[in-house]
Design a protein around this ligand. Structure first.
Ligand code: HEC
Ligand code: HEC
Length: 331
């Protein structure tokens, strides 16, 4: 009997030691990153305007990094808080959503990034580490942004430099174990990316869909890395609990006849976005009506050419039959 317990003891001891070694290794060896590139972005007005277009209307920088207002249609942020950052715990508290940690979108105005080099900001956007080499929580979609063309990333940096320096200090997001450890493994060194070929509408649309994070919201996710479930890409059904009770779900945007947007013409698709362009920024949701988590007002600022390319690409993704109930009222 004694021998038996001794063996069990040795086995348990070895397992604990092994786990210790793995944790120790990940803590030391990750995150993986290269030195920040030595770049100086041009700050002419055309570049800054291109950066504003991308940061506000395409890539969601301002959507996530400003003071989100869940009472506004599309959860659009309060105007004047561009880049100030946000504590998502406020949304979790209001909607009752559980999350193993606290997410805070950093302040990306010059108040926080003023001392960072252009290269350090570039590396944060595309490779997922801050100026001190700490891994960023991958809700910051650097996995997608690593496929963003250098000239587009640089234009965004030029625009961020022009933001009003709003004085707000946010600690880094906090995750519990083992998530905190896994996050260290998310950053990957960045590689150079050429500008997309605009003459190939499908390819260009794929480029835009990637940097505007359509898939992240338009797919159900699984696992600790919140990865889109294979085979259900763009089929919708991601749930957004609402502060007023009830649930909003993303739509099926695959070219499925019955449950997707196969029947939509390009004109209808573009028009669906454009109808929000002249709506007020802080449009309120009528009492009892449902809110959408689709930032229509922001995406509406995309050019018809870009929206058209997005449509062309979405025609080519596999059609998935998945009927989504977009709004479920509170019980
Ligand atoms: C889906 C939401 C989301 C989007 C979209 C997003 N971010 Fe972030 N970003 C975050 C979160 C959350 C963090 C904080 C991560 C952490 O605390 O580990 C972050 C961190 C950062 C940081 C690090 C700042 C610091 O002080 O360490 C920079 C820089 C940044 N984002 C820039 C951008 C830019 C530029 C864009 C658009 C191209 C963008 N982000 C788009 C959520 C987002
Ligand atoms: C922050 C999450 C989020 C992002 C990012 C997002 N969507 Fe949505 N989208 C939703 C939600 C939620 C709905 C359902 C509610 C509604 O129709 O307003 C929706 C609805 C739609 C619809 C309406 C479909 C229908 O059947 O009525 C289209 C089209 C659409 N999204 C396209 C896109 C495209 C293209 C992108 C990327 C450029 C995108 N979405 C990015 C959340 C998102």
């Amino acid at each position: 009997m004694k021998k038996f317990f001794k063996i069990i003891g040795i086995i348990i001891g070895s397992i604990i030691l092994l786990i210790g070694i793995v944790i120790g290794y990940i803590s030391i060896a990750y995150p993986k990153y290269d030195p920040a590139p030595d770049i100086t972005v041009s700050t002419d007005s055309v570049t800054i305007e291109r950066g504003r277009y991308l940061a506000v209307h395409v890539t969601g920088c301002m959507y996530c990094h400003s003071e989100i207002n869940t009472n506004n249609f599309g959860w659009i942020y309060n105007e004047g808080t561009e880049g100030a950052g946000y504590n998502w715990k406020k949304i979790m508290d209001r909607t009752g959503e559980e999350f193993p940690g606290i997410i805070r979108s950093s302040n990306i105005t010059p108040f926080n990034l003023g001392e960072w080099t252009d290269g350090e900001i570039h590396r944060a956007i595309t490779a997922g580490v801050d100026n001190e080499g700490n891994a960023l929580f991958p809700m910051m979609p650097y996995e997608n942004f690593r496929k963003m063309a250098d000239e587009d990333v640089n234009a965004i940096i030029a625009y961020l430099r022009t933001l009003n320096p709003i004085e707000r200090n946010w600690p880094r997001s906090e995750m519990i174990f083992p998530m905190a450890l896994m996050i260290k493994m998310a950053p990957k060194p960045y590689e150079h990316v050429d500008a997309p070929d605009k003459s190939n509408s499908v390819e260009y649309g794929e480029y835009l869909v990637n940097i505007s994070n359509c898939l992240t919201c338009h797919s159900q996710v699984s696992g600790m890395k919140f990865e889109p479930i294979k085979g259900l890409e763009f089929a919708g059904g991601f749930e957004f609990p609402q502060a007023t009770g009830g649930i909003t779900r993303s739509a099926n945007i695959t070219p499925d006849e019955e449950t997707g947007i196969k029947s939509w013409s390009k004109e209808k698709f573009v028009q669906k976005f454009k109808e929000y362009e002249d709506k007020p920024f802080n449009q309120k949701v009528p009492e009892g009506a449902f809110n959408s988590n689709m930032p229509w007002k922001l995406f509406a600022g995309m050019t018809e050419e870009d929206l058209g390319a997005i449509y062309d690409y979405l025609r080519t993704v596999p059609a998935v039959e998945n009927a989504v109930e977009k709004f479920t009222p509170p019980e």
